[in-house]
Ligand binder design. Sequence first.
Ligand code: AVI
Length: 315
Amino acid sequence: MARSDPAFRADVLAGLSAPIPAVPARWLYDRRGSELFEEITRLPEYYPTRTETALLERYSGEIAAMLGKGEAVVEFGSGSSTKTPILLRAVHPAAYVPIDISGEFLRESADALREEFPDLAIHPLEADFMRRLDLPIEVAAAPKLGFFPGSTIGNLVPRTAVDLLRAMKETLGDGSRLVIGMDRIKDVEVLLAAYNDAAGVTAAFNLNLLHRINAELGGTIPVEAFRHRAIWNDRMSRIEMHLEALRDVAFTVSGTPFAFAAGATIHTENSHKYGYRDSRLLLRAAGWGVVHDWTDEREYFSIILAEAEPPRFAP
Ligand code: AVI
């Protein structure tokens, strides 16, 4: 059995026993899961990455023109994507602070960026950005620009998304700005195709969770007895990924027995989609005012520049 993480075990055992079985989506991203996600981003049906990258290429000059000089760009996530250099090239920041919980990803992506930006001061911070953090002392005096691309905010339920946006505001401080990517509500067929691709990569990504449970937690789950399902939950305005039992199944995880009847599901991920006003409301709930919202011709995706609102009395 591979080395097991006690937090993974606790989440899986509690999640599979819950009245509505669910496992937190972060466990989808082991090495294999991260590789499969990279593959997803290149799929013809998966429009978000392509659309967001094109928006950044087109508008990062405009974003830069709305900022002052000498910014410290603080990226929430390791910055391993191709989007980071697009923003850095336009903004010419004084410093760059990538924050990630995985030191390994952080070092790899910081090294890659050092090659492309040899004169940029890079201060990686290994931490969980869901909480308020102390930024490196070297960027204390610089104006801060947060960067949170990828529509990752959509993977959190709105209450947790607001907590995160508020923590980001506290980390970045007064007068800071934030560039955030948010996926828009659109035709259900387009959304469903993006999470139900013809090549079956998203299915493999979802089912990989069961392989991971078997490998790391001594599970005996018959993976072929489950199938990937992506549905649009209109009431919650989100795509949901589930693993559905194709027949009655019984298995153990770390010695604990579980039984799923045919048709029962394990909820594995949410991907919330936000309308134009929804995204503003979400940001405002966390103390961020929208400065500008750039979208593509089809209005599939938004890149939003927001600014930290000073606290003020309200009637
Ligand atoms: C990482 N995140 C923004 C992706 C999304 O679209 O919600 C994760 C994903 N899940 C299935 N496909 C992509």
